[in-house]
Design a protein around this ligand. Structure first.
Ligand code: PLP
Length: 391
């Protein structure tokens, strides 16, 4: 028996463990201090009433022999896939129900999709990045190239003729930087991919936070994208489903490589390895896309985006460079006075009792930057910003 030796190549992920350690040490020596956490990558508001109502109804159905459900459809129930298609229709994107696959969230699918690609592919990953893209490819032993996000390109790297990769991850709105590609910029990625038969794995987990209607909330708003992109989305941040678990992945019929439909390969993979998302959860997810559901989840998003505004206004006043925060719940700031990410972490913790996330945890290009999130409570965020403003 041999283990998968690629696991030895994974870097230990100390980021959140080290944050917790530093915070508990500080708490122990300063029990009277009130800490405010602005590093949370999880939603805090409860599920929408429309979702709760739909799930309660579904629970009742499961308790009745006539309406009880066993295994569901492999791709997800048609009622939910139709609701997702309707949601895309609003963005001007027309999808066939069979192009939509219901998942238990974007994290599983951005990782599992790799099953349909040979390990002998080069993966292109932006730096800084959501660490899952890197680690899942390290586990599979794939070659990884990085493309640099930095202050000069506003953390929106673009390819040129020398950029190499067979599979590329694009996350927009981005975690951790909050940066969002324009349609014109995404078109550059689409053309680059089409030219070399590459495949774009487009993570749109934060699309619902886009306020500027000119920005693309789906890569399929860009011509040609159905021939080169798979899109992953999730109700985690759209509708507070981080603990409820439901997402969707779009694999267009037009996406064909080596005469194989990637939609068929993915369906084959899913029917073999996945037995679907609970019926109750899929009914809750369907309710997100109903009229009352959408209006309720948009209300929660407005709450978070108001928090983001409070943060960005403070940073602007303090003359601190930042990206994000206007079309995303993440704010990515440049640590003042050339502090490193961890120096700034300690500085905020000790001087203002604020906890954030050091950018260095998201890749080499994250050094010198810092992530704040808008997922907290407005009163606490205002208090934290007042502390920073009053120096
Ligand atoms: N993609 C990105 C960029 C994320 O930041 C996250 C969660 O933080 C996910 C995917 C995972 O989402 P899910 O909860 O749907 O698995």
């Amino acid at each position: 028996m041999k283990i998968n030796g690629n696991f030895m190549n994974l870097k230990d992920s100390y980021l959140f463990a080290l944050i917790d350690k530093k915070v508990s040490e500080y708490r122990e020596s300063n029990p009277d201090k009130e800490l405010i956490r602005l590093g949370i990558g999880d939603v805090t508001l409860p599920l929408a009433p429309a979702v709760i109502e739909a799930m309660q109804k579904a629970v009742a159905e499961m308790g009745n022999a006539e309406t009880f459900k066993g295994y569901g459809e492999y791709q997800g129930y048609a009622f939910l896939r139709r609701a997702v298609c309707g949601y895309y229709e609003e963005k001007g994107v027309s999808l066939d129900e069979n192009e939509v696959f219901i998942s238990d969230g974007a994290k599983s699918d951005v990782s599992n999709i790799l099953d349909i690609f040979d390990t002998d592919n080069t993966v292109l990953v932006p730096d800084p990045v959501y660490p899952v893209y890197v680690d899942t490819n390290v586990m599979a032993g794939r070659r990884i190239n990085f493309i640099n996000g930095n202050e000069d390109n506003n953390f929106l790297p673009l390819p040129d003729n020398s950029t190499e990769g067979d599979i590329v991850y694009i996350c927009s709105p981005n975690n951790p930087t909050g940066a969002v590609y324009t349609k014109e910029q995404l078109k550059i990625w689409v053309d680059w991919a089409l030219e070399r038969d590459a495949v774009i794995l487009f993570d749109s987990a934060y699309e619902a936070y886009i306020q500027d209607k000119n920005l693309p909330a789906s890569i399929y708003q860009v011509p040609g994208a159905k021939k080169c992109a798979i899109e992953f989305c999730s109700l985690s941040k759209t509708a507070g489903f981080t603990g409820t678990r439901c997402g969707y992945t779009v694999v267009p019929h037009e996406l064909v490589r080596q005469n194989s439909s990637l939609n068929r390969l993915w369906l084959r993979r899913q029917t073999t390895k996945f037995n679907g998302v609970p019926y109750i959860v899929q009914r809750g997810a369907e309710a997100v896309f109903s009229e009352p559901g959408l209006s309720q989840v948009r209300e929660s998003i407005r709450y978070y985006m108001n928090n983001a505004r409070i943060i960005t206004e403070t940073l602007s006043k303090l003359g601190i460079w930042f990206a994000g925060g206007t079309n995303s719940p993440y704010i990515w700031l440049k640590c003042p006075d050339n502090m490193s990410s961890w120096e700034y972490f300690d500085y905020l913790l000790h001087n203002y009792n604020i906890v954030g996330t050091p950018g260095a945890g998201f890749g080499n290009n994250g050094e010198g930057f810092f992530r704040l999130t808008a997922f907290g409570n407005t009163d606490n965020i205002s208090k934290a910003m007042a502390r920073m403003s009053n120096g």
